[in-house]
Design a protein around this ligand. Sequence first.
Ligand SMILES: Cc1cc2nc3c(=O)[nH]c(=O)nc-3n(C[C@H](O)[C@H](O)[C@H](O)COP(=O)(O)O)c2cc1C
Length: 304
Amino acid sequence: MDAPMRRLQAAIGGPDAMVTEFVRVTDTLLPPKVFYRLVPELQQEVCGYGHVPLTVQLLGSNPESLGMNAVRAVELGSRAIDLNFGCPAKTVNKSMGGAIMLRQPDSVYAAVKGVRQAVDSRYPVSGKMRLGYEDKSLALENAKAIEEGGAAYLTVHARTKVEGYKPPAHWEWIARIRESVAIPVVANGEIWTPEDYHRCREISGCARVMIGRGLVANPFLVEQIRNPEASRDTDVNWSRLQPYLLGFFEDVRSTIEERHVHGRIKQWLTMLGWHFPQAKELFQRLRTQREVLGVERELRRNLA
Ligand SMILES: Cc1cc2nc3c(=O)[nH]c(=O)nc-3n(C[C@H](O)[C@H](O)[C@H](O)COP(=O)(O)O)c2cc1C
């Protein structure tokens, strides 16, 4: 999630912990302003939201450079470092970052070890992997590489790179990985409802889960998981969401370039539309708007 979405999730009061979008690391030490742009929370006294810690995620393949940048992230205020071995984007895979590293467990090991050795042991280092690149044959080896590199825990997005974001997520593979390593494993992929959450925990055997799109599409999902009595009526929850939507618009408007605002709002409305039919309607109403003022007019006209 980006910063406006993290602020919204924190305001709604959902998750126990959050991780940033990846900060891409090549061969240089990134200047603080790059970290501050992607992770403005580093400028707060504590990087996070009350009891909800925020971990900075790095993506790269050069162990030395990852280590230097991890040290910088910690010096700037991150209390932990997560490493991305799952991103499917062509641009990052071309430069040997993200999911492509899963073809070479040695490179995964070296990246984790490079960061673990560079960063003071008070700060946990973790890894996030997919089940593989083309296939799942190296899944256990990669999980072990992350463990042996010194990770405190491992998050598994239960699909290969080639499987993209298509259902299903193979939660039974998370169980195999969990059984093959001693560090805690966090299960990830295709959790859209409280029922999915319970089934994922049951099948994977993991105590902890990480939720991506499901929480963006339904910001009340964590509340619904925690409290079976919480309303799941989309009319009720759409009304509750309206002030947050307007707040999100204001937040986005004040933090990103004006020409990108309409795209960001439409992106969230598209994802909200997976859960709320009302969001689909609203999307249709502002679909043709490209100016901030037009987007604002439609939002104010249609939201309380
Ligand atoms: C638009 C988008 C951006 C993402 N960016 C990141 C990222 O920066 N780092 C990361 O570890 N995962 C990223 N992911 C993957 C999610 O964290 C998650 O692993 C994946 O969506 C599967 O979980 P889900 O089915 O709950 O969404 C991204 C996913 C999407 C759709």
